[in-house]
Design a protein around this ligand. Structure first.
Ligand code: PQQ
Length: 283
């Protein structure tokens, strides 16, 4: 005997109540499958298989990503009418831009650039950034500016997977590259301290606000979009500087912005068994 309410309830509800834990697991599975630590360029970089030129190309292009992070966070904040949310979010801008005297993450990134023998002013100019990097990163900024808040926050959640990559990078660069030392890698060490609270806040926001199946789907799609943003940047780097090694017109040619200490680094690299002269990118 079927009760009346059971008989009238849809057998397969179109919008089942979302389960918070299952949703979090779904988000984490996206990282496990699609995060850019799986990309061949990252494996090369962390495993010591990049030439100095390839590592420099990564530093130059990745600076563009770093430089746009505070811009996308400012774009996000300009849409937030809740002071509490703005207060929590503005830390992100402070982390990257820092104070007038000491600077922040961007300045720490330029220390890495300098350690590889690049002129920090050249890197900061963003001249020579690959078109693929520019398009991918600009798409991220537009996404955060235009999409619903939930999706904008969800797109930042790739940071959930960044801790492991930063730890791995510190170890890999220190082991394999003569330019790596504590000063050069201070950016990553600082992110290990900063990122967990951003992740905790962003994840709670998404889990709390994705209260329908449709919203969970939209948040998951936003996270996938962001993994694509990161992946495309490495595709562009690999194509230009590894294989086939075809550098787009106007992009860094392996020589511009290389400072006077190149010989020193090259010598150190030769001693450590790296071939700095070799650039498969058509030098
Ligand atoms: O080294 C990395 O692989 C990596 C990845 C990501 C990311 O997953 O988006 C960020 C960072 N680093 C990072 O340092 C950082 O400050 C950062 C901010 C954001 C963001 O979307 O707001 N992602 C990332």
């Amino acid at each position: 005997m079927v009760s009346k309410s059971a008989a009238t309830a849809p057998r397969f509800p179109l919008h089942p109540a979302p389960d918070r834990n299952a949703f979090e697991a779904r988000l984490r599975a996206i990282g496990a499958e699609r995060y850019h630590d799986k990309h061949v360029f990252h494996r090369m970089l962390h495993g010591g298989q990049c030439t100095l030129t390839q590592a420099r190309a990564w530093v130059i292009n990745r600076y563009y990503y770093q430089s746009r992070i505070p811009m996308k966070d400012a774009a996000f904040m300009s849409r937030v009418d809740d002071p509490g949310l703005r207060r929590a979010w503005r830390r992100r801008i402070e982390e990257h831009d820092g104070g007038l005297q000491e600077g922040g993450g961007l300045r720490r990134w330029l220390k890495l650039a300098e350690a590889t023998g690049l002129d920090p002013d050249y890197v900061a100019s963003t001249r020579g950034v690959l078109p693929g990097t520019r398009f991918a990163v600009d798409a991220y900024v537009s996404f955060v500016r235009e999409k619903p808040m939930l999706e904008a926050v969800a797109s930042s959640l790739t940071e959930m997977f960044a801790r492991a990559i930063h730890e791995d990078r510190i170890a890999g660069l220190l082991e394999h590259y003569a330019f790596a030392n504590d000063n050069a890698l201070s950016y990553f060490r600082q992110r290990l301290k900063e990122a967990p609270r951003e992740v905790e806040f962003g994840l709670s926001y998404v889990l709390d606000n994705a209260d329908t199946m449709e919203k969970q789907d939209a948040a998951a799609a936003a996270l996938i979009f962001k993994t694509d943003v990161l992946w495309s940047q490495l595709d562009a780097l690999h194509f230009a500087y590894v294989a086939p090694g075809f550098i787009p017109p106007g992009a860094w040619n392996g020589r511009d912005g290389v400072g006077a200490d190149e010989g020193e680094i090259a010598q150190a690299e030769r001693t450590s068994g790296h071939d700095t002269e070799h650039c498969e990118a058509g030098d």
